[in-house]
Design a protein around this ligand. Structure first.
Ligand SMILES: [Zn+2]
Length: 66
């Protein structure tokens, strides 16, 4: 059984290191993982992670417009 609260898998797509590199993020005294494909989501559109990342609704997107 895998009951770990922080499985090493992308918080957005749940892929693990068998299929994608994962970047560790220190967050709320624990470590969450995100893949390079979803890192831009965290940076630019964190609201999309509401429901998968606790507190994501409080994160502000990077103020960057091309
Ligand atoms: Zn991902």
């Amino acid at each position: 059984m895998s009951d770990s609260p922080n499985p090493k898998a992308c918080l957005a797509c749940q892929r693990d290191t068998a299929v994608t590199p994962l970047i560790p993020l220190e967050y709320r005294d624990s470590t969450v993982w995100i893949c390079p494909q979803h890192l831009p989501v965290l940076i630019h559109d964190p609201a999309r992670l509401v429901g998968v990342l606790p507190g994501a609704e409080n994160l502000s997107p990077a103020d960057h417009h091309d």
